[in-house]
Design a protein around this ligand. Structure first.
Ligand code: SF4
Ligand code: SF4
Length: 264
């Protein structure tokens, strides 16, 4: 609140909700209820990037949440489960916000293969239970493009084709499913999902400040992969994890003022 310089917000979200027990964690529920009773927020919600179906269903069951913000895009490999959970929550009256709708915005690190972001957003809006989106826009051009899309929701066959991998042989893109299966495989216990999110913010969204902030939250040790002769992580997306970790962790040491000046 202090950061926002305001005394009240419309929606206050519990970020990074995942497992059911985290959404049901009583001390947090009590704090959030108090927050609402004091008039500091009109609505309560959760945000979820991982174990989304579980988190969404839990939010609907707790009884205090009004809104769910979930990662939702054409690249999610558990979309059926997410859709069912969303339907369940919407049926209980919760508002559903889709985020990460552009799935990283590029298929490749070099940004030679942009994802058709109009098609990606239209794909999201085909689900009648998605009530609004956070479409990762960071310029007025992108904002106008998104607004323009509101005139025509139809997802043509041509647009559907644009949402397939451009070529079979290419890498799996830069969108990490946030499934967490890599964490127990890494002997150093690196927070690989968060590091991969940082990677996507840097190379896909071109938002270095957000990428660096996210990377810091992963608390990556110095020389994270030293001592590992071969990477033991078998990522479900086929990512070369060691390579990506060593690539993006360089960002940690770039001075913040330099990053900020790149946006000036
Ligand atoms: S890096 Fe791979 S295994 Fe790890 S969370 Fe992302 S998609 Fe899952
Ligand atoms: S190379 Fe890095 S990411 Fe892979 S298992 Fe070793 S420490 Fe973990």
């Amino acid at each position: 609140m202090l950061l926002l310089n305001t005394i009240r917000v419309d929606v206050f979200r519990l970020g990074f909700a995942a497992r059911r027990e985290s959404v049901f964690f009583e001390p947090l529920i009590k704090a959030l209820e108090k927050f609402k009773a004091q008039g500091k927020t009109r609505y309560l919600g959760i945000g979820t990037h991982s174990f989304e179906p579980e988190a969404i269903r839990a939010a609907a069951d707790v009884g205090i949440y009004d809104v769910v913000m979930t990662a939702y895009n054409f690249r999610k490999n558990n979309i059926q489960e997410i859709n069912e959970a969303i339907e369940y929550a919407a049926g209980k009256g919760l508002g559903i916000i889709a985020m990460k709708t552009m799935a990283g915005a590029y298929w490749d690190r070099e940004r030679t293969q942009p994802i058709n972001t109009k098609a990606a957003l239209k794909w999201v809006l085909q689900n009648k239970n998605i009530h609004t989106t956070v479409p990762d826009c960071s310029s007025f051009d992108q904002l106008y493009q998104d607004l323009d899309l509101m005139k025509d929701f139809e997802l043509t066959d041509e647009k559907k084709r644009d949402l397939k991998l451009p070529s079979e042989g290419m890498s799996a893109g830069i969108y990490c499913q946030q499934c967490g299966r890599c964490i127990p495989q890494c002997p150093k216990g690196l927070d690989i999902p968060t590091i991969m999110r940082s990677y996507m913010y840097a190379y896909g969204h071109k938002n270095l400040a957000h990428a660096q902030q996210t990377l810091k939250s992963a608390k990556v040790p110095d020389a994270p992969c030293s001592g590992c002769s071969t990477c033991q992580v078998d990522c479900i997306m086929g990512f070369d994890i060691r390579n990506k970790v060593s690539d993006i962790t360089r960002l940690r040491d770039v001075p913040e003022d330099l990053i900020r000046s790149s946006f000036a």
